[in-house]
Ligand binder design. Structure first.
Ligand SMILES: [Zn+2]
Length: 330
């Protein structure tokens, strides 16, 4: 499964060190829309999606009806199903039309053929290795900086949203496309929780789900703060597995901002109900960040404020659990 860099097919070319990575990603997308039918169809389908604003108690959610996301939303991500399927992120299994930008001989920037955004990328490791944040914090932060101020890079934990929990990957979305990115700047929501080295740590109040914000301008400090936060989560929820989380990372004006959603579970009970009772939502970073995706028109019509509040409440930690995490963090 492991592909030495030298054996990568020639359509995966190193990034140009003299040009902004964001521009190269935009160019890749433009070129791939011409050369790869599945991607062109995905973007044609994105042009047709419907979006509506749902007012919830204390916050607003954008609901996107996106039939192109059916495969991802309903994907089987249990260990047995994952073991038995062919990994779709391994280089040798990528569609023959797919090109990629090789970054630091480690990651491939790939166009996502089932986009949620106009400019939706998967950033996958060139080797088949597990989705995990702790070993890869530094790369996550570097990728956020390399993608530049026009993009946000995000991570879904192996048990809460990653559709390939066995293959390390991040995603990139256009900056500001996920509501929490602006909500996290609202001074009225910010509650000071801690300062670690010079990193400021906040939580967001009255937000219907728990969200932690870390801001700092030194990579060593922000990395150390995130590790400390994860350690605090582990001390509150002991176990061998990675605590459930989704994280958005951005780098703008010399500042890293991480927004973490600590989670209690991936999918709400309603996902597993039968027939009409089933609600097909599978909250990962984008959804819990306030852009909820549903591939079914039925759910687009019926999801309302109280239902979404209920889903967020169910898959998030409680305020009390957050308090315990910050007590352990201090
Ligand atoms: Zn793989």
């Amino acid at each position: 499964m492991n592909v030495p860099v030298t054996k990568l097919p020639p359509r995966f070319v190193p990034n140009d060190p003299h040009a902004l990575l964001a521009l190269q990603a935009n160019e890749l997308l433009r070129r791939q829309k011409d050369s790869w039918t599945q991607l062109a169809d995905g973007y044609a389908s994105l042009a047709q999606v419907q979006v509506k604003e749902i007012q919830c108690d204390g916050f607003t959610v954008l609901l996107q009806f996106n039939p192109g996301r059916m495969v991802s939303t309903s994907a089987k991500v249990d260990p047995k199903s994952i073991r038995e399927r062919r990994c779709f992120l391994c280089v040798e299994h990528l569609p023959s039309e797919q090109e990629g930008i090789l970054v630091r001989n480690k990651f491939l920037i790939l166009c996502n053929p089932a986009p949620i955004f106009h400019g939706h990328y998967t950033i996958s490791h060139i080797l088949h290795r597990p989705q995990a944040i702790e070993e890869n914090v530094r790369d996550f932060l570097i990728l956020a900086k390399e993608m530049g101020p026009d993009f946000t890079v995000f991570y879904n934990g192996p048990q809460c949203g990653a559709s390939a929990p066995d293959h390390l990957h991040f995603q990139a979305s256009p900056s500001g496309a996920i509501p929490v990115e602006s909500d996290a700047l609202d001074a009225n929501r910010r509650r000071n929780r801690a300062v670690h080295e010079e990193v400021q740590v906040f939580s967001l109040a009255d937000y219907g789900r728990e969200a932690f914000v870390l801001e700092g301008n030194r990579i060593e400090s922000i990395e150390s703060a995130l590790r400390r936060l994860i350690d605090a989560m582990k001390s509150v929820f002991p176990g061998t597995e990675e605590p459930l989380m989704n994280i958005l990372a951005s780098y703008r004006e010399n500042l890293w901002r991480l927004i973490m959603f600590p989670r209690s579970k991936h999918r709400p009970e309603a996902f597993f109900l039968e027939n009409d009772k089933r609600i097909l939502v599978s909250p990962a970073a984008v959804d819990i960040g306030g852009l909820m995706i549903t591939p079914l028109e039925r759910d687009f019509q019926r999801l309302d404020g109280p239902t979404i509040e209920g889903i967020f409440h169910e898959v998030s930690l409680s305020e009390d659990q957050s308090d315990r995490i910050f007590k352990a963090f201090a």
